[in-house]
Design a protein. Structure first.
Length: 285
């Protein structure tokens, strides 16, 4: 038992360190927002979901014994994500600010309060931890649907431009650490979602190895400026998709095609297809 506890502590500490790096991944994005005093095309949804997930896991850790390492990382997550959301609201346009505030009230106040009340007053104390744990598992698994969009995009475009290897690697490593922590702590609710996180992380790195030398897809060059999505896979609160703006220069052939379409009054079907696809990726969660 002592050996298992020691291993759990070791993996939990490593998981904390890696997860802190994951939580700090959007810092360049929000530095850009601070410098430009504008949120541009960025959205608050990933950070709202991350805060909601962190709050749920923190609640789970507080009512569960011997979960100090879960408390530390999710407390840090709640603080960091609250700062991100506050900065977003401060620099967002009026419509975006109202949407972000409505989402915050609905998800992080309303839905969380509902779960808190239901599990505290309607669920027996003997099974409260199990019920709350499986709620956390359901939220984590649903968030893991986000990387499937970027995986499909990489396969379709044969380009890893939208899937940074470093984040995929560290998030896969994070899944391994938290899986091992849950395994040694005999906590299925922590271990189970990270199996899926590990599989998807390995899939991303495999795709990176296959397509890393491929040329950028032609269709991606048709838009002068778009937002690329950084997939962040982690069970304990840090499951997000971070958008980072990039500049893409259109080529001469594209310009000629667009001019011909403007003269004939016909829309560029390829551009419409890409535009629609990008819209679905910006809101993957």
């Amino acid at each position: 038992m002592d050996d298992q506890h020691s291993w759990a502590v070791a993996f939990g500490i490593l998981g904390n360190i890696i997860s802190v790096l994951v939580y700090l991944a959007p810092v360049p994005t929000f530095y850009r927002i601070y410098k430009k005093k504008s949120t541009e095309s960025f959205q608050s949804l990933p950070y709202q979901v991350a805060l909601f997930s962190s709050m749920l896991w923190l609640y789970y850790a507080l009512i569960k014994k011997d979960a100090f390492l879960l408390i530390t990382i999710n407390s840090f997550g709640c603080i960091v994500e609250t700062i991100y959301i506050s900065m977003y609201i401060a620099y967002a346009s009026k419509n975006s600010r109202m949407s972000a505030m409505k989402l915050f009230v609905a998800m992080n106040v309303g839905l969380f309060s509902l779960i808190l009340v239901l599990t505290h007053f309607l669920v027996k104390s003997s099974i409260r931890i199990q019920v709350l744990g499986w709620i956390c598992v359901a939220i984590s698994v649903s968030v893991f649907a986000a990387p499937l969009n970027i995986v499909a995009r990489v396969i379709r475009t044969k380009s890893v431009e939208f899937m940074p290897f470093n984040l995929s690697f560290f998030l896969t490593l994070s899944a391994v650490m938290w899986f091992a922590y849950g395994l040694f702590m005999k906590d299925l609710c922590v271990a189970l979602p990270n199996v899926l996180g590990f599989i998807l992380g390995m899939l991303q790195m495999l795709l990176y190895a296959v397509y890393r030398n491929s040329e950028k897809a032609i269709e991606e060059k048709k838009l002068p400026e778009q937002t690329k999505t950084i997939v962040v896979l982690s069970t304990l609160g840090a499951s997000e998709v971070y958008p980072v703006a990039i500049d893409v220069q259109p080529d001469a052939n594209t310009d000629n095609t667009n001019k011909e379409n403007q003269q004939t009054g016909e829309p560029d079907e390829k551009s419409l297809e890409v535009s629609s696809d990008l819209h679905s990726i910006e809101c993957p969660v």
